[in-house]
Design a protein around this ligand. Structure first.
Ligand code: SAM
Length: 232
């Protein structure tokens, strides 16, 4: 369970109404039951239910089961898709390991409205489900233009460019340090956007194989390739 409170040996954790309802009414945990907690800072802890009421509860942290793990310094920029496909993309990105998810609007944006709170909740659920000790930051939708204006050139931006489909993926040999992957919208980037991306010195185009992938498949493929090149 993700909990936004400090975790340490003997630490009491007070549950809010939603958490108490989930643990005691939905999961039917009782006093003495054990569960795993993480907060993104202190690793994963085994805790015990000390008090269980309808709208509140207390857990006590017992032992640390995992040290804090940090994801690679990798961001994923993507254009929002239809809502269930955005949810899929967010879930898979959390499982594969990214530090930050940045939805960007582009000229040919075709997806649904980006539901920030829902996607943040999906990210928490995905982290809980896959045993991660960290939940990536999910940002508000911003225009690609705005994101690029404040870009730190030290962060390499790998642009998944379907125009390269068929060529071998060109990843740098050494781990490139701070990096980000950019996946375009279903409609592709406009000619002006492509021209701008090509002109930026920190942008490196990337091929994801011979066929044109749907955006969520492209995100998954790029993150998997990243892991196979640089993952530990
Ligand atoms: N309709 C668009 C077009 O043909 O220009 C295709 C867009 S594709 C469905 C969505 C995004 O996935 C692309 O913008 C690109 O970032 C990525 N993508 C898909 N296939 C790719 C490939 N083979 N190599 C690199 N990127 C790819």
């Amino acid at each position: 369970l993700h909990i936004d409170q400090p975790l340490a040996e003997g630490q009491a954790v007070a549950l809010d109404e939603g958490q108490a309802n989930y643990l005691f009414a939905v999961m039917r945990l009782q006093v003495g039951a054990a569960l795993l907690l993480f907060n993104g800072r202190d690793g994963e802890w085994r805790a015990e239910v000390a008090e269980a009421a309808k709208r509140r509860g207390i857990l006590i942290c017992r032992t640390q089961t995992k040290p804090q793990q940090m994801p690679p310094d990798l961001w994923l920029l993507f254009s929002p898709l239809r809502k269930e496909r955005t949810a899929f993309l967010v879930e898979k990105a959390v499982e594969l390991g990214v530090a930050r998810l940045l939805p960007v609007s582009t000229r040919y944006l075709a997806g649904d409205r980006f539901r920030l709170e829902k996607e943040r909740a999906h990210a928490v659920e995905a982290a809980e489900q896959c045993g991660a000790t960290f939940v990536p930051q999910v940002e508000e939708l911003q225009s690609l233009d705005r994101v690029l204006k404040s870009w730190d050139p030290a962060r390499r931006l790998f642009w998944a460019d379907e125009a390269l489909a068929g060529q071998a993926a060109a990843w740098p040999e050494a781990v490139p340090g701070p990096a980000a992957i950019l996946i375009g919208p279903e409609g592709g980037f406009s000619p002006e956007e492509k021209e701008r991306l090509r002109a930026l010195p920190y942008v490196a185009p990337l091929s994801l194989g011979p066929r044109i992938l749907r955006a969520e498949t492209a995100a998954l493929a790029a993150l998997t390739l990243w892991q196979s090149h640089y993952g530990d």
